[in-house]
Design a protein around this ligand. Structure first.
Ligand SMILES: Nc1ncnc2c1ncn2[C@@H]1O[C@H](COP(=O)(O)OP(=O)(O)OP(=O)(O)O)[C@@H](O)[C@H]1O
Length: 225
């Protein structure tokens, strides 16, 4: 479960610039929350703070009761490996590893043996419909298939929190819908807290709740029924 309290981010100046202030957000296990908002409002900055990739200026971010704000880089990296799954462009599928090894990577990084990791990774690839393709290279896959691999890799180690940044951004509408269903179903099934940043209201509507990041903070959107 993810719990954020009084989160502030101000960019150092001069002049200093406040990106957001006093944000609060709680996501339960198995719940998916979508965050929308105008370009430049701070959605990626918020995701980066939650992921421990940049420090907030103040506030609290807890994952299953563990406070992340104030931890050093080594501790944050360890938590990122164990407790987080990412569907981010920056964490894209690695071109020099086959699909099985791309999906096994988070398990290797958290101390699983090769055999155990490959066994679980194969089952996860099957879960996303790519079980027969485990020996293929990323360059042999379509955009939608690559996103499936990214989802398999984000969830394979059963993280507490899954962060997704425009997970269907470059897919056609039919593929986008399929990939989104897979991502949300997998998050719900695995009992992770899911946070999805998207410009697409259609994508956001598939989440359990939609919040809009505005200059006033996170506002629940209820106009999407
Ligand atoms: N390191 C930085 N230095 C200076 N400005 C920054 C830095 N990081 C973010 N910003 C600024 O902070 C604001 C929020 O950026 P952010 O990328 O979080 O917005 P966003 O809501 O994700 O936008 P988009 O939807 O266009 O991706 C922007 O005005 C951006 O220019």
């Amino acid at each position: 479960m993810l719990k954020i309290l009084q989160l502030d981010k101000t960019l150092p100046g001069p002049p200093t610039r406040q990106i957001f202030s006093g944000l609060a957000l709680e996501i339960a296990a198995g719940e998916c929350v979508a965050i929308t908002g105008e370009s430049g409002v701070g959605k990626s900055t918020l995701l980066n703070c939650i992921a421990g990739l940049e420090p907030p200026s103040a506030g609290s971010i807890r994952v299953d009761g563990t406070e992340l704000v104030g931890l050093n880089d080594d501790a944050l990296s360890a938590i990122r490996r164990q407790r987080f799954g990412f569907v981010f462009q920056a964490f894209h599928v690695l071109p020099h590893l086959n699909l099985l090894h791309n999906v096994a990577l988070p398990l290797w990084l958290t101390g699983h043996t090769d055999n155990a990791a490959e066994h679980v990774a194969q089952a996860m690839l099957t879960r996303v419909g790519l079980g027969q393709r485990s020996g293929d290279w990323p360059s042999q896959l379509s955009g939608g298939e690559l996103q499936r691999v990214a989802i398999a890799r984000a969830l394979v180690h059963r993280p507490a929190v899954v962060l997704a940044d425009e997970p269907t951004g470059n897919l056609d509408p039919a593929r986008a819908s399929e990939v989104l269903d897979l991502l949300l179903d997998s998050i719900r099934e695995s009992g992770a807290a899911g946070l999805l940043v998207t410009h697409s209201l259609q994508a956001a509507k598939r989440a359990d709740r939609i919040l809009e990041l505005t200059a006033e903070g996170l506002v629940e959107r209820t106009d999407h029924a």
